[in-house]
Structures are given as structure tokens and as C-alpha cells.
Design a protein around this ligand. Sequence first.
Ligand SMILES: [Zn+2]
Length: 301
Amino acid sequence: MINVSNLLKIGIHDPAQLVYRLEGKFKPDLLFKRYGKLAQKQGFDRLYVILSFDCDSPEDIPAAKIIHSYLKKNGLKGTFAVPGHLLKEGAEVYRSLSDGGADFINHGALPHVEKRGGRYWSTTFYNDMPVGEVIRDIKEGHKIYNSVIGHPPIGFRAPHFGTIQNPLLIKSIYNVLQELKYLYSSSTMPISGFRFGPVQTINGLYEISLSGSYFEPLEILDSWNNIISPYNPIVKNEYAFQFIQTIEHLMKLNVSGVLNYYVDPAHVVSSRSFYEAIDFLIQQEIPTLYYDDAIKLREGS
Ligand SMILES: [Zn+2]
């Protein structure tokens, strides 16, 4: 369902975005083909997938362990983003995942969810916090990562993507990441990928946008938006359908690029849908990347 007044507001504020949104609704082939050309210019000669896992709840600790071993058994790469307070709580598990080859990124220190009335609610929105507190959270996340994982992080993901809209705040975040010698961030909405290609450079850092589906190219395809209900947060079969159909469409169109998808381990670990999606990657021999692999491919171009 298209909200016309929303589209008008977008069009006045940012005409290019309106074009992307209309194409996303009515001409996704056009949108993805243009993206594919940008990706080819950046050195991507085929379709790749990045799988990342936001571990925002304590239930993600055992779930991350199961998922990591499934990925590893099948030769796939996975990147984990864990808020610092949970990285400490699950230190033993997360350290063993890192020792077993999993990649990690700084995801701040404060909790991203809180449980109330039998379900989780999102918390810690950088957009609502004073800049100083945001910087403190990034630095605290960096410190905890270093002490748990044993080396400093080179990648960052902001909590609740898309909720940071204040340009000054975004600039301050990139500045602190630069100061801490980060290589990349993966915190932006799919539209940046359609505009600038899969791996962008912002303020001396690489930024790798999250991806949407063929059906809703501008919305992040994640687990939270595909769960049965907040009281039963397990992904529906619809998730695998969107994931697989997107890749099938892009392969048919011969589109190069990087599909950058994340899920929360606890939402998918006991689902059939997630494993169907992963098994499809294995059958189709679609290579999975770590974020720095994607950057190397771009640097090699
Ligand atoms: Zn999070």
C-alpha cells in the first residue's frame, strides 16, 4: 500500500529518493540493474552475500553458537554485532566463536532491547541521545570488544539503523570511528547502496549499506520484521521466500553486488525458514564475505 502523502513529503525533501522509492515499487529490475552497474565499477564481478547477526538479547548467546557452527560446517562466513553489556555476559561463548573464525564488530555498549510485559522493546536510540553520550557508548563498546575478543574492532554498526537522521550526529559518529582507526561501518539503509554502490567511502571510512528484498528494495530485510509476533519472535516462512526470491531475481538479471543481510540469532535458530535460506546459498554456491573481504574486492578494482 503506497502512502501518497508520505511520498510527497519525501519528494519535496529529496527528489532522488522519491525516484528510487517509485522504482522500488514498480520497476525493481531497473533499480537493481543500475545498482549492478555501480557494483561492477566497484570491482564486484558477481553476486556476494554478507551474513551478519545482531545479538541484542541474552537468548542470542546460545543461538549464536548454534548458528556459527552451522555456518562453519558449510563453509560460510558470519559476522556478529553484540552490544558490549551482552558481550561481557556471553564472553566465553563469543570468544570461542571468534577463536573459531567468526568476525565481530563493535555494536556500542548499552542494551538495545528491554523486556516488558512478556516481549522485547527497542531501547537506546542514538538520535534521542546527546552526542557526548553516543560517543561514550561507541568508545565503551570498543573497550569491551577489545577486552573480550582480544584485539580492537575495525568495524561498527549503530543500534537500530535508519533511526539516525541528524547529519551532525552522523558526522560525529564517523569522526570518532576514524579517531579509533576503524576501517568500516555498516549502519546505513539500502537506499545508500542504490545511490552509491555496495561499498561507499564516507569521511575516510568505508560504509557498507544493509540490503532489502526484491519486493521491498528500500526496506532492510531482517528477522524482526518477519517474526510471527513479538510474543513469539520466530521468523515466518515468508523470510526464506523473500531471501531466495531476491537472489533468484538478481541472478536472472545477472546483477553483481553485495547483499548485506542481518538477523537476530534467537529469531532464526529454531526456524525452518532461515536454514532454507542458508541452504539455498550453499546449493547456488553464492560466496559469503566478511566486511573486509568486500572492501578488499573494492580496493582491488
Ligand atoms: Zn542491536
